[in-house]
Design a protein around this ligand. Structure first.
Ligand code: UDP
Length: 584
């Protein structure tokens, strides 16, 4: 790139060992031999330069250069990162910058295989795909043209799963899928059980699309109707309690299926005139219309704590500035992205949905000395996210003043609402930030930390203890730091029950398993209250949690206004990525 260092406020990011490995494997440009030919600094320059080119059409080259420098420093200081496909593909041949897509699956052979083809193209570029299989006729119903019988949604999901398996070998990263089936589809029981064996449908997350009618039936303990989507007729009735019990049992057993509250999601659909929302992206945080895609970005809250009169407080002013720039960045991404198919380009440019969210929330709470599982923790989340959402809306409205509202604005729910002339149909989403948080070196999304210290095996099987920096600083100032203690904590994950640590420290430095499911759900609901789209969150349960605990979680999530819920009971999957040895 032609720009010299003097234009930028710093000389490049400080990258941790883990982040370096991740970036080298998947993000940096490589030569034919597979060796990286750019540094992380080059990568951020490539992204900042490419995205800022959108500014040329709104403000000319001077504005573009100015915004490029701002984008670069905001990323290299890890205050903000865009979703992975933007980091990987901006300014490169693939050029596809969004993480989330939803594709329609029509009830015809052509429709099904069109969706499969589009999914393959999207996976190749690092995007994830969500599908509703609810439009497909049920298993064993008649196929008009052949006189044969239909094989039903679950059998087609297996075709999608196999295709994903093959594409992921050559793509930028693992293709992820979400399959949703409405609870009133005649094949719902088969769907609920389809991931029974761990290896089945391994490239899919599955969620049952729960309706208000179903929840009403469940509250009354009555039967509800199953409807054939093609013939639009009631095929039979099922007991809502039996279906719910089966669902909950399977979620308890191995984490799948999750649930999404479809009617609630559609009450927040900003453009109902353009269609109904049937599905979300793979991790559930982004409900979208069929053929819509959305690019996400996350602000690292760990960078927005400052000292005021000797106390740690949230830096709202700094946060506000970063939110304005991040919203502008994401709006620019829409213009600069290449789209896998023309229909998607039309939908995306018509609604201009973006999803700005947060990561490093648990880090922020540690710094503020506020326990995640406390009333104060919930209050902090609500105050913070309300501010975040209001500012994001202000930023989108400010963009509309110079760039115009989104094309479909006149067909949106905002057209008659005062003060809602936005550039973007949605602005906020809380993503899991699985890789972004590694790159930025912060806690992921709004999740609590999994462990305060852990053992990492490095070359020659040497073991190294990595301690959360805020916890380490506290341990040192409070005088209880020792390597032995850190090693013990690495074996246990948390510090509850350890004798030689002060009570107030134990209260603040909680980890995922110290937090009861109720607090997990309440935190998700606190963020959902001020998020346009949805919130990615896993409700962790202890290994010995019972089915009744899962029922409580699902009911609470519904009552508190969540748009969906995903649970994970420790040890319920054969291969668990993160695990803490509880036997010590
Ligand atoms: N995603 C995907 N494959 C992956 C990880 C993520 O397709 O291996 C998509 C998926 O739609 C998910 C979204 O990216 O919901 C955001 O995930 P995350 O925030 O973890 O991604 P990051 O930007 O941190 O890589």
């Amino acid at each position: 790139l032609k720009l010299d260092n003097a234009m930028f406020q710093n000389n490049g990011p400080i990258i941790s060992g883990n982040a370096k490995v991740v970036l080298e494997r998947r993000y940096l440009r490589k030569n034919d031999q597979g060796d990286p030919i750019e540094t992380p600094t080059d990568m951020f320059r490539r992204v900042a330069h490419h995205v800022a080119q959108a500014e040329m059409r709104y403000g000319g080259s001077e504005t573009a250069a100015e915004m490029e420098a701002i984008f670069y420093s905001m990323m290299t200081e890890f205050r903000f990162l865009p979703n992975s496909p933007t980091l990987m593909n901006a300014g490169r041949r693939l050029g596809q910058l969004a993480a989330c897509f939803v594709l329609p699956v029509e009830d015809s052979m052509e429709g099904i295989f069109d969706a499969l083809k589009h999914a393959a193209i999207i996976h190749k570029s690092g995007g994830g795909t969500g599908f509703s299989f609810s439009r497909l006729r049920p298993k064993n119903s008649r196929v008009g043209t052949t006189g044969g019988v239909a094989s039903g949604p679950v059998s087609f999901m297996k075709v999608f799963n196999t295709a994903t398996e093959q594409v992921k070998q050559g793509g930028t990263r693992r293709g992820a899928n979400m399959a949703i089936l409405r609870v009133d589809h005649p094949d719902i029981l088969e769907f609920i059980q389809c991931k029974e064996k761990d290896s089945d449908l391994n490239n899919f997350n599955i969620s049952v699309g729960i309706t208000d009618a179903f929840m009403d039936a469940l509250k009354k303990g009555s039967d509800y109707d199953l409807i054939d989507p093609r013939e639009k007729r009631i095929t039979k009735k099922l007991s809502s309690i039996e279906v719910f019990d089966t669902l909950v049992y399977h979620a308890w057993k191995n984490g799948d299926p999750g649930i999404v509250f479809l009617d609630r999601i559609n009450r927040d659909n900003p453009t109902p005139a353009l269609g109904e929302i049937e599905s979300t992206n793979p991790c559930g945080e982004q409900p979208l219309l069929p053929m819509e895609s959305c690019n996400l970005g996350s602000v690292n809250l760990a960078k927005f704590v400052m000292e005021k009169e000797g106390a740690a407080v949230i830096d709202f002013e700094g946060l506000s500035q970063t939110i304005y720039h991040a919203i502008r960045f994401l709006d620019d991404v829409i213009d600069m992205s290449l789209y896998p198919i023309p229909e998607i380009e039309r939908m995306v440019k018509g609604n201009r949905k973006i999803g700005l969210g947060v990561m490093g929330f648990a880090d922020m709470l540690y710094q503020l000395e506020i326990p995640y599982n406390s009333e104060k923790g919930i209050e902090t989340a609500e105050t913070l996210m309300k501010f975040f959402q209001d500012t994001a809306h202000d930023a989108s409205r400010a963009l509309a003043e110079t760039r115009g509202t989104f094309e479909n604005f006149e067909q949106s729910v905002y057209k008659d609402r005062e003060g809602c002339a936005y550039r973007n149909a949605t602005t906020t989403t809380i993503a899991p930030t699985g890789t972004l948080s590694i790159i930025a070196g912060c806690s992921s999304g709004i999740e609590p930390l999994f462990a305060l210290s852990f053992t990492r095996t490095i070359m020659d099987n040497d073991e190294m203890i990595e301690v959360n920096p805020v916890f380490e600083a506290t341990a040192r100032t409070r005088g209880f730091y020792s390597l032995e203690l850190m090693k013990m904590i690495a074996r246990k994950g948390g510090i509850q029950g350890l004798g030689n640590i002060p009570e107030d420290v134990k209260r603040v430095f909680v980890t995922a398993h110290d937090i009861t499911p109720e607090w997990h759900v309440r935190m998700q609901a606190a963020f959902q209250k001020y998020t346009d789209n949805a919130v990615s969150k896993t409700v962790n349960l202890h290994r010995n949690a019972e089915v009744a605990d899962v029922i409580k979680v699902y009911n609470l999530a519904y009552d508190l206004g969540c748009k969906g819920v995903t649970i994970y009971r420790d040890g319920s999957k054969d291969r668990q990525v993160l695990s803490v040895n509880k036997n010590e």
